[in-house]
Write a protein that binds this ligand. Sequence first.
Ligand SMILES: *Cc1c(COP(=O)(O)O)cnc(C)c1O
Length: 356
Amino acid sequence: MKKHNFNAGPSILPREVIEKTAQAVLDFENDGLSILEISHRAKNFQPVIDEAVALFKELLNIPEGYSVIFLGGGASLQFCMIPFNFMEKKAAYLNTGVWAKKAQKEAKGFGEVVEVASSADANYTFIPKDFTIPSDADYFHITTNNTIYGTELQKDLDSPVPLIADMSSDIFSRPVDVSKYGVIYGGAQKNLGPAGVTFVIIKDELLGKVSRYIPTMLDYRTHIKEGSMFNTPPVLPIYTSLLTLKWLKEQGGIQAIEKKNIAKAELLYNAIDNSKMFVGTASKEDRSRMNICFVMQEKYRDLEADFMKFATSKGMVGIKGHRSVGGFRASCYNALPIESVQALVDCMAEFEKNNA
Ligand SMILES: *Cc1c(COP(=O)(O)O)cnc(C)c1O
């Protein structure tokens, strides 16, 4: 049976990217060796990193003066690398979910953290709008897409201090004005590639301003200077990410993929809004295109397990909501075809017809 992959992360990748990765594992560029058994300094691997960096810059329209690096440690390591490298005394954070909160927690070890606003009391169903960013903060940290709660900040904020964004789960899904950001980072495993590599886009002029000692491996300058090759980088995840970027370019780039993402999200949100049985959990103006969260109306709540079973029998994968929200979450990343969203919508309609 055809599987419809709504996993939140690691998550769906384009089929051709997976096939090309499999081919490179068997025989990289017809050279008789697997990509797993060559040096990261091999003549045919350097172009992989170079091309990936070039495609990042091209697809995201990254201006001059920014570096793109690939690191290990996940987005979670960035939660401490950010304050390590950029916080002298004080930093501001917007608390919009569990990941935002975890980022904030790490910063507390380095100085004063100002939480400018939080929607924790409303179980993060919305993104706070009225807040003041202290102009004496070293930076302001946001999470643009809250993967667990299905809220997304689609507008590039104006900030009086360098803006730092965790874009783990919406990078490459919509155009971003990179010039408004000091740093953009994220784990690859949502919209870019397999788990194991983290991308960081850094405005170079922000570096070298803190007075503390920074361990070599945690210093962004080390990795920028060595072109992500200070130590052995995650070779295979970088290669697969490059294939995804090439795929994205063939799709027509970010403008084209954004159109598809809007169509997919509208299809599913319309089905949720027109249903008597299902209801969305995120505040409408903040709804994420990437992670679409919904539950059953109060009076149908005890049918959730039945729907889960029914949907699974129809090939739906990964639609169980995160435990802190409950219900369902359909992650609709770039590689998910609209046919899969249609299949889920059909499945919801059929279940409702039979059970409401
Ligand atoms: C998944 C996710 C993370 C955690 O990423 P790791 O690579 O597992 O550390 C952080 N932030 C956001 C927004 C995420 O979606």
